[in-house]
Design a protein around this ligand. Structure first.
Ligand code: CO
Length: 154
């Protein structure tokens, strides 16, 4: 495993639309391992592949619920329900926190690293993280969804 550099806001890579993963191979496993290590090292909740310069539909999420790192390949949000409003940040924008409205509950379909289809239900922080990371895969950043800029600590 290796740490990868996290690309910061302002870089065009973060505005690109990512392509689907088609090969569930060793290279994907390596990417997922590296992303998990990079996420942990940065003490973050989620990381999307474009944030490490890879334009593929891959995200890792860790909401510290004791279930470890959630790996989502080619994720698609199937359903959302309710609304939550809260502070949100991004590893690509250190020190910036903004109030963002997200669904309270989501159901997401994805593949695991072996190409097996999975379905994950999440609420609260997990729902927020899934929406934030899936947005990254389409070049959408949380600042695009900000209701109100309530704190800037950079
Ligand atoms: Co982010």
């Amino acid at each position: 495993m290796a740490l990868r550099e996290i690309i910061k806001f302002g870089d065009d890579i973060l505005r690109k639309k990512c392509r689907e993963v088609t090969n569930f191979d060793e290279k994907l496993a390596q990417l997922l391992d590296d992303m998990a290590e990079t996420l942990k090292n940065a003490d973050g909740v989620g990381l999307a592949a474009p944030q490490v310069g890879i334009l593929r539909r891959v995200v890792v999420i860790d909401v510290h619920d004791g279930k470890g790192v959630l790996e989502l390949v080619n994720p698609v949000i199937l359903r959302t329900e309710g609304v939550q409003t809260g502070n949100e940040g991004c590893l690509s924008a250190p020190g910036e926190w903004c109030e963002v409205e997200r669904p309270m509950n989501v159901v997401v379909k994805a593949f695991d690293r072996h190409g097996k289809e999975i379905e994950v239900k999440g609420s609260e922080l997990l729902a927020r993280a899934v929406c934030h990371e899936v947005d990254h895969l389409d070049g959408i950043l949380f600042i695009d969804r900000v209701k109100q800029d309530i704190a800037k600590r950079s």
